[in-house]
Design a protein around this ligand. Sequence first.
Ligand SMILES: CC(C)(COP(=O)(O)OP(=O)(O)OC[C@H]1O[C@@H](n2cnc3c(N)ncnc32)[C@H](O)[C@@H]1OP(=O)(O)O)[C@@H](O)C(=O)NCCC(=O)NCCS
Length: 243
Amino acid sequence: MYSEEDGLASLGFRIKRMMAKGLMELSAMPLIGRCCLRLAGALRGPYKDRRVLANLTSKPYISPKADIHCPRLVVGPHCFIDDYVTIYSHPDGGEVRLGEGVHIYRGTIIEVGRGGSVIIGDHTHIQSHCNIKGFLGSTIIGRNVQIAPHCGFSPYEHGFEDTSKAIREQDIISSGDIVLEDNVWLGLNVQVLDGVTIGEGTVVGAGAVVTKSLPPNSVAVGVPARVIRRRGEGGQAEARQDK
Ligand SMILES: CC(C)(COP(=O)(O)OP(=O)(O)OC[C@H]1O[C@@H](n2cnc3c(N)ncnc32)[C@H](O)[C@@H]1OP(=O)(O)O)[C@@H](O)C(=O)NCCC(=O)NCCS
């Protein structure tokens, strides 16, 4: 039964929603924008409760506690950038482009320099404490990709062959961009090295280090990551029953 109390709760919800929407409309205004974002965040509640703010208007929600210093940053509509995300470009960095509805959760760092870029496709979600770099090469992530916490992407490495010099003094090198095609899922703490392409629809198990490209629609695990099967061959369902 629908009580008077329910009616008041739903009225309160609608009023809060209207207020949050108004505040989001003002969020890009100079001087007052940050204040509006803080108030909108407080109205919604903590952490992932705030994602809804990114869908109230076409404006992205960029937390006032995010640390963003990137002149070539393009943020698509409905993006959610959480507290304590860092997006930083060195003076020679390329672009950082986030498509529509990209979510980036707290503690994630995106850093570009030496012409490298980071491009992230529509509706891709990057969970907390990931580290995504663009130096010499770029990190290019497709649409609908899911990245679990603590994943890393480094399209370069340190040169170390000259034993007479500190590794710190040797130039960085790259064997090419990192590319994640659409609909990839990376489990917790997957590390992806330079020159790697992960094919469309591929799943990489927790803790893997991906040193070579992986074909589409596969399941890969381990250090270094190796394909154990193709998706759709029934392994997941069987394994869950055994556990
Ligand atoms: C890889 C994964 C998706 C399971 O895929 P699956 O095809 O169902 O694999 P199975 O469970 O059947 O395991 C197949 C084999 O791979 C091994 N394996 C599974 N996951 C592994 C992993 N992450 N690292 C190393 N080996 C792994 C299993 O031990 C098994 O080995 P065996 O044949 O010698 O017994 C899953 O184990 C995993 O890592 N999920 C990520 C979880 C996660 O990070 N969640 C965060 C949510 S955002």
